[in-house]
Design a protein around this ligand. Structure first.
Ligand SMILES: [Zn+2]
Length: 329
């Protein structure tokens, strides 16, 4: 692992959220200074994290041709699969190591610190050195064919402090948010954020199903009414740009929404859900679009195979993931 590898003890001192003394906009001359601040600890790796507990920080540094930077929204490409010499993509990326760490952020609602470097090809990159650009929520992750033709993992990062200006916000008719909720974890606090969003269309689909899960048939009844969650099979947000139509929406219980959202359950073209041993329940007036079922299946499953959510290997305690970046100054 060479010089980038820090001591295991240090590596295990994970720190999520803002680092005291380094507010958004803090700048750093080089990776060494950045590492000393603990805003991004590894000297070379682009992702600092663990598949077991999530990623604490990433550096955008021009490593991947598929990265897309819109400022408050970043479509970040995972690591792995490229040739160390040519830096070209030569094989599929896998949902392991740093990529699995970022997926864990998405599942658990843990934000990640985003740092931009001067070599990052974006109008938002600093002219020199590195800049801490705030906390981002890992809203979603999926796999697709990159420009190279190989499978890549992509992560949709949305800036937390500007969450009120997120794309697509105008469509939301109801949004509950529990941001910046600190969970005491020993001596450190964690920050968790989760967004549940409804549109007029998702409310309509829930009504058609009387808030009954299309997979298990459970209808959660509370004193405040029935509770269900909706899921767009093809997400509304760029780069997916799925339509906000009933054909693209499922009505699910929270358990099954999470499992479908994270690719643990796949849906066949005939609406059979193999892992659940059942076919999606239908409701009068609600047709499901096969093209959207297919889109979900092709983009949301681990390493292009049906997903089983497995815990990472026990020895997966290497927190500092290498990628082909060179040490920068
Ligand atoms: Zn269910």
């Amino acid at each position: 692992m060479g010089m980038a590898r820090q001591s295991d003890k240090e590596a295990k001192e994970q720190f999520f959220g803002e680092v005291p003394g380094y507010p958004e906009g803090a700048t750093f001359l080089n990776r060494y200074e950045l590492s000393q601040s603990r805003v991004h600890r590894p000297l070379m790796a682009g992702i600092c994290g663990s598949g077991l507990s999530g990623a604490e920080s990433i550096v955008l540094s021009g490593g991947y041709e598929d990265d897309e930077d819109y400022g408050d929204v970043v479509i970040y490409t995972g690591h792995g699969g490229n040739d160390l010499e040519t830096k070209k993509q030569v094989r599929d990326q896998e949902l392991t190591r740093g990529n699995l760490a970022l997926a864990h952020n998405s599942l658990a609602g843990i934000p990640v610190r985003v740092i931009r470097g001067h070599r990052h090809r974006s109008p938002f990159a600093p002219k020199t050195g590195f800049r801490y650009d705030g906390l981002y929520r890992v809203e979603d992750y999926w796999c697709e064919r990159g420009k190279s033709g190989f499978l890549i993992w992509r992560f949709r990062l949305v800036k937390l402090s500007s969450a009120g200006r997120e794309q697509g916000e105008g469509d939301a008719v109801n949004e509950s948010r529990e941001p910046y909720r600190a969970i005491s974890g020993g001596t450190r606090d964690r920050i968790v954020t989760r967004v549940i969003r409804d549109t007029a269309t998702t409310l309509q689909v829930k009504r058609l199903h009387d808030s009954t899960c299309q997979i298990c048939g459970v209808r959660l009844e509370t004193d405040a009414g029935a509770y269900a969650e909706a899921l767009h099979l093809r997400p509304l947000e760029p780069p997916h740009n799925g339509p906000d139509t009933p054909e693209n929406v499922l009505c699910l219980c929270p358990n099954h929404r999470v499992l479908v959202e994270h690719g643990a359950l796949t849906i066949e073209d005939d609406l059979f859900v193999p892992a659940a041993g059942t076919r999606l329940r239908t409701a009068k007036g609600h047709t499901i679009g096969q093209e959207y079922v297919r889109y979900r299946r092709e983009h949301y499953r681990r390493n292009a195979e049906p997903v089983r959510l497995e815990p990472p290997a026990e020895n997966d305690d290497d927190l500092l993931y290498e990628d082909p970046e060179l040490l920068e100054d």
